[in-house]
Design a protein around this ligand. Structure first.
Ligand code: ZN
Length: 361
């Protein structure tokens, strides 16, 4: 896979990326020609690749310009835990973060023309603060870097969960230092520390992304469930563009089957708790949980028979994210309303993804 490794080498950069895209497109073209529907597939390949590059840039600009709506802490905790649930996911989250960090450096550097990497760190710090991760303190020297992120999110999950952020810092710093720079999260606010601490571990690619091997997926999931059952009220919110970049890892096509199962599992566990309640408090409980994850996105149409709609901004959140949410909702219904059949339909119009959920009569 020549093209894939070209993409991983990243910023060497955009020229190579464009070449790789062309190779993919021309290969698709050749394959499609054999099957006799060359034109449309070729076109789709080009559009898709171009869209992917400008999509990341657009999301990063939203965050840098603080021009963004926000998502809840529960949504953010859910996604951070899920990107940490297994070593494979952590590797993907780090890699995705890495390419985003590189892109962020490219964008900021084209404006500021940094002479040393230390000069670039305040840009990275503002980026994280604008994204809503918390207040950031840092120390940057030639061979030493630490970033301390202070947020209000301290719910204990028994593991460090900010591997995506480690990847962003790694990509950003690797660009500035012109050397692959390994970043790890040494302490995490969701694992008995009052802040998250990211440090530069060393230099040079060692043939694999750094992954902490102490993750126990089931325990992490149970911890997450303990929190996600309850609505969480906090003044802190995460940028929705940042959330979109984070959730792209989870929505990766290679893992989507497993991720749907995990979301359904989370949903059914929530549903089990709700099933013990009476009809009206069950409905209210479900709406509370959904609202605590999808704040402002859930609209109740009718309570009897029950019908509601969830809307997703299609310019940010992709279809896979919508599908994952649908799995969560299906999981809740399958347990909370086992006697009634629920129907979930996807409606896609313009840039809005909608899920309509209604009691089947
Ligand atoms: Zn952390």
């Amino acid at each position: 896979m020549q093209s894939k490794s070209a993409i991983r080498r990243g910023n060497k950069g955009r020229k190579e990326l464009v070449k790789a895209h062309r190779r993919i497109a021309s290969r698709m073209h050749a394959n499609a020609k054999k099957r006799g529907h060359a034109k449309s597939l070729y076109k789709n390949a080009i559009t898709y690749q171009a869209a992917a590059a400008s999509y990341t840039e657009a999301m990063l600009r939203n965050i840098l310009n603080a021009n963004d709506n926000r998502v809840s802490q529960n949504a953010s905790l859910l996604m951070h835990c899920i990107t940490s649930i297994a070593d494979g996911m952590r590797t993907e989250a780090y890699r995705n973060g890495f390419s985003i960090g590189k892109e962020l450096y490219r964008m900021l550097n084209s404006d500021k023309h940094y002479e040393t990497y230390e000069e670039s760190i305040p840009g990275l710090v503002s980026f994280f603060e604008n994204a809503g991760l918390g207040n950031v303190a840092y120390a940057a020297f030639e061979d030493m870097l630490s970033l301390d992120v202070y947020s209000n999110e301290h719910r204990y999950v028994g593991s460090s969960i900010h591997v995506f952020e480690s990847g962003i810092i790694s990509g950003f710093v690797s660009s500035g230092r012109r050397n692959y720079s390994i970043i790890s999260e040494r302490a995490c606010a969701n694992n008995n520390s009052d802040h998250c601490e990211f440090v530069l571990e060393g230099t040079g690619y060692r043939g694999a992304e750094p992954v902490n091997g102490n993750i126990k997926g089931k325990e992490l999931l149970d911890m997450l469930l303990g929190h996600i059952h309850r609505p969480h009220y906090s003044n802190e919110y995460l940028s929705s563009s940042y959330m979109a970049l984070l959730s792209a890892v989870v929505a990766d096509r290679r893992y989507i089957g497993e991720m749907n199962s995990i979301m359904r599992y989370i949903g059914s566990s929530i549903g089990d708790t709700l099933a013990k309640k009476g009809a009206s408090s069950r409905l209210q409980g479900m709406l509370n949980v959904l609202d605590s994850i999808y704040t402002g996105m859930v609209e109740v149409r009718s309570k009897k028979p029950m019908s509601f709609i969830m809307s997703f901004d299609g310019t940010k959140l992709n279809e896979a994210y919508v599908r994952l949410s649908l799995s969560l909702v299906e999981g809740i219904f399958s347990r909370a309303y086992s006697t009634k059949k629920m129907k979930a339909i996807e409606i896609n119009r313009y840039n809005l993804h909608k899920i309509k959920i209604a009691e089947e009569r």
